[in-house]
Ligand binder design. Structure first.
Ligand SMILES: Nc1nc2c(ncn2[C@@H]2O[C@H](COP(=O)(O)OP(=O)(O)OP(=O)(O)O)[C@@H](O)[C@H]2O)c(=O)[nH]1
Ligand SMILES: [Mg+2]
Length: 337
């Protein structure tokens, strides 16, 4: 395990884990359910920060905020919503700014240039005041009314660090291509992490902010940020719980580009495993090549005594080079502070 991660995990464990912390915050305000909006001062920590990346969602972002606010108001948790506009080219920012006046729990962060949904989620999580951070989309596709349920699992079970809404159906764009591609990537990720992953890239999830901090710098700018946070938690023994959720067809236009983003997903899965456990990625092809090369060498010697074919040498050398790379990468991972 990454030592920095071990340190963070220890630190987190020594804090009052969310189970007790959220509970105390709620218990100390018996009227919280009645007046959650009056719960705390603007700079005070809150129980939950909902991070909402927004890019060209002018038609429905207000509806998304309204239903999220309605849910959180009745949940009893103190909360904030961080809506991050990423240089939208439509009126999303204008809609968000006017919503800010209506909803005191809404904070709008606006970027001048587009940095991608991963960047928005990373900055939102860094700036969050909540013990629990929730990631969701602003396109009416995820059942945001289930957010309190996800948070309550973290509150009640201190062994769980992340709760993911696992979609029971695929309603996203490019469905025909996306379903098999996602299945394949999920199987690779399951194999590499030795865990069952019902939904690798769900956009709805709640996690302990403190636990996530060491991994935020690993988040890529684009869509594979959701895969990354799953892989980072799994690789470092942070328990993830999955809750089945419905998934609706999004409102507005998807920003997902099949070829570009699917390629990035695969790359990101491999990169994450390389980052935490390079032997798992590099040793199997190396051993396969070395076994093949050895078999071929035996065949060569039997067929033409004292002569090795050049392709046999090539296979053996490639296997050896990959094995050395694997060991070197492993050394780097282990010596990282
Ligand atoms: N801040 C920011 N948000 C983005 C960007 N691209 C997409 N988003 C937001 O990220 C969320 C997910 O984007 P979607 O286009 O819905 O992608 P998806 O959910 O993977 O794809 P669908 O299943 O087709 O909806 C939405 O809330 C978008 O508004 C971006 O460049 N910057
Ligand atoms: Mg979406």
């Amino acid at each position: 395990m990454d030592p920095s991660v071990r340190h963070s995990r220890t630190a987190t464990r020594s804090l009052p884990r969310s189970g007790s912390r959220l509970h105390r915050r709620r218990a100390s305000r018996p009227d919280a359910r009645a007046h959650p909006a009056d719960q705390d001062e603007p700079d005070e920590p809150v129980d939950v920060s909902v991070v909402l990346p927004c890019f060209n969602e002018e038609q429905h972002v207000l509806a998304e905020i309204e239903r999220t606010v309605a849910t959180m108001e009745t949940s009893g948790y103190s909360y904030e919503i961080l809506a991050i506009d990423d240089a939208s080219t439509d009126d999303t920012l204008k809609v968000l700014r006017s919503a800010e006046d209506r909803f005191p729990r809404l904070r709008v962060i606006a970027f001048a240039t587009n940095g991608g949904t991963g960047t928005a989620r990373r900055i939102g999580t860094q700036q969050a005041r909540g013990d629990i951070v929730v990631w969701t989309d602003a396109d009416m596709s995820y059942p945001n009314e289930r957010i309190p349920e996800l948070v309550s699992i973290l509150e009640q079970d201190e062994t769980v660090d992340q709760v993911v809404g696992a979609r029971t159906s695929e309603q996203g764009s490019h469905r025909l291509l996306r379903v098999p591609a996602k299945w394949l990537i999920r199987k690779i990720a399951e194999r590499l992490t030795n865990t069952r992953i019902p939904d690798l890239n769900s956009g709805l999830r709640a996690f302990r902010r403190e636990v996530s901090l060491p991994y935020l710098r690993l988040l890529p700018a684009g869509f594979s940020c959701v895969t990354t946070i799953t892989m980072a938690f799994l690789h470092n023994q942070h328990v993830i719980r999955y809750v089945p959720i419905p998934y609706a067809k999004r409102s507005g236009r998807s920003k997902f580009h099949f070829v570009k983003d699917a390629y990035r997903y695969i790359l990101q899965v491999l990169r994450m495993v390389m980052y935490f456990n390079p032997l798992k990625v590099l040793m199997p092809p190396s051993l396969a090549l070395l076994t093949l090369g050895s078999g071929k060498a035996v065949y060569d010697v039997v067929a033409n005594p004292v002569r090795l074919a050049s392709n046999t040498l090539l296979i053996l050398l490639t296997g050896l080079i990959i094995a050395s790379l694997a060991l070197l990468a492993d050394l780097i991972v282990r010596s990282r502070s």
